[in-house]
Design a protein around this ligand. Structure first.
Ligand SMILES: *[C@@H]1O[C@H](CO)[C@@H](O)[C@H](O)[C@H]1NC(C)=O
Ligand SMILES: *[C@@H]1O[C@H](CO)[C@@H](O)[C@H](O)[C@H]1NC(C)=O
Ligand SMILES: *[C@@H]1O[C@H](CO)[C@@H](O)[C@H](O)[C@H]1NC(C)=O
Ligand SMILES: *[C@@H]1O[C@H](CO)[C@@H](O)[C@H](O)[C@H]1NC(C)=O
Ligand SMILES: *[C@@H]1O[C@H](CO)[C@@H](O)[C@H](O)[C@H]1NC(C)=O
Ligand SMILES: *[C@@H]1O[C@H](CO)[C@@H](O)[C@H](O)[C@H]1NC(C)=O
Length: 353
């Protein structure tokens, strides 16, 4: 009967209805004697047995409640100050739980220790969004073999992103279908150790991805089922974007492709990546252009040098030629001078009259 004490204290003022209460409790105990001891709802939580849901909000607790009912299939903890998820944090008394949905958003979680989700073999969905993860063990997700959806939106501090790619392993998460990593300031896809073969959706919205390299693109081509969401990333639209650009145009594996915008260079800021032209991302073209300018410069320089050499080698001839010209000019001038003097002689003018 101690099981129901927390519920019955308010209904039965013990000091007045002592006997009646005992009787009532005994009847209830008899009726439910086959039910196990897990009918207690943890303090500060709301338990809905019909739907199998336990919801615990905004408590002072800094730990996961230790007395979660055994029938729980959905556990929601929100707005609590849980800084560390310890090993086996969700096992009650060392036994496995039947939980399939676990939502841990907005709990200020900073550290996830190895084997934190031990004893949850049926877990399908895990939501760790909106936390402040600084440290996550490479074995944090160990044993989540049935996990289909993992939400990690807005949950990482930049210092933890390297640890994240170590924690996302095929060994731990072999049935993962949906992975959401929005708003984590990621610069690349953190899936070095996760086989994307089973993945259907990869959400990378609002990160710091400037480009996705050719190696990653060919890996994506091999798994045509996957959909990759990439809007709100600062794409750098130079010729290195070529592989990504054609993947975007040809593959239809990026459902939000129309919303991807260039951040750099300045001249292309705000232009949709899809609207670029082939020559904007053509490194061969770009290099050819640069090469042709260099070539033109060299040719011009050569012409100049040849011209100067001709001048130098002919300096005697040029001198002679200049002298000749000067001489010719002088002769001409003298002739003029002579004529002028003759024309202006007044006596000659009188003679003519
Ligand atoms: C959360 O708990 C830690 C101690 O575990 C405390 O230092 C911190 O101030 C608490 N934060 C909030 C927002 O309550
Ligand atoms: C927890 O385990 C202890 C001993 O291992 C046992 O006595 C107790 O009944 C268990 N409690 C529950 C709720 O299963
Ligand atoms: C992030 O995670 C939540 C679950 O908490 C989900 O509902 C949401 O669609 C996710 N995506 C983005 C981009 O926020
Ligand atoms: C993108 O993420 C930043 C934090 O990383 C956040 O401040 C901003 O509101 C987000 N933008 C959108 C449109 O969600
Ligand atoms: C993406 O490329 C990086 C190297 O640039 C590599 O380490 C990583 O494994 C690749 N990821 C995928 C999913 O191909
Ligand atoms: C993508 O399409 C363009 C033109 O439609 C083609 O030139 C290019 O080779 C294609 N690339 C791949 C990798 O299929």
């Amino acid at each position: 009967m101690w099981i129901f004490s927390s519920a019955d204290n308010s209904k039965c003022p013990f000091f007045i209805w002592n006997q009646w209460c005992l009787y009532y409790a005994a009847v209830v105990c008899l009726l439910f004697s086959h039910v196990k001891t897990d009918d207690v709802c943890p303090p500060t939580c709301i338990c809905a047995r019909d739907s199998g849901t336990v919801t615990c909000r905004d408590g002072e607790d800094t730990e996961v409640p230790g007395d979660i009912p055994e029938w729980t299939s959905t556990l929601i903890l929100k707005g609590r100050n849980i800084s560390t998820l310890h090993r086996g944090a969700f096992m009650v008394n060392g036994t496995e739980m039947e939980i399939t949905i676990l939502s841990l958003s907005y709990n200020g979680i900073q550290t996830i220790e190895p084997y934190a989700f031990l004893g949850l073999p049926r877990l399908h969905l895990l939501d760790l969004s909106h936390n402040q993860l600084e440290s996550i063990s490479a074995r944090a997700f160990h044993g989540l073999l049935e996990l289909r959806s993992l939400y990690l939106n807005y949950s990482f501090l930049p210092s933890a992103t390297a640890q994240l790619s170590n924690a996302l392993t095929t060994q731990s998460l072999r049935n993962l279908h949906r992975l959401e990593l929005a708003g984590n300031r990621l610069k690349s896809i953190p899936l070095e150790r996760l086989d994307i073969y089973n993945l259907h959706a990869l959400v990378l919205i609002n990160n710091s991805i400037e480009n996705i390299g050719g190696a990653n693109i060919s890996e994506l081509y091999q798994q045509r089922r996957i959909r990759v969401y990439l809007s709100l990333n600062p794409f750098r639209c130079n010729c290195e974007l070529e592989a990504f650009y054609y993947w975007l145009k040809n593959s239809s594996m990026c459902p939000d492709s129309g919303r991807l915008l260039c951040r750099e260079p300045e001249a292309k800021r705000g232009i949709p990546v899809e609207m670029l032209r082939g020559e904007d991302v053509d490194c061969v073209n770009e290099n050819l252009e640069a090469v042709s300018y260099v070539f033109l410069g060299i040719v011009l320089a050569l012409i100049g040098v040849v011209f100067l050499m001709v001048l130098y080698l002919n300096r005697r001839g040029i001198k002679r030629w200049l002298n000749n010209i000067r001489e010719a000019c002088r002769d001409q001038m003298e002739v003029y001078h002579y004529r002028y003097e003759q024309d202006s002689d007044p006596r000659l003018a009188n003679v003519a009259v």
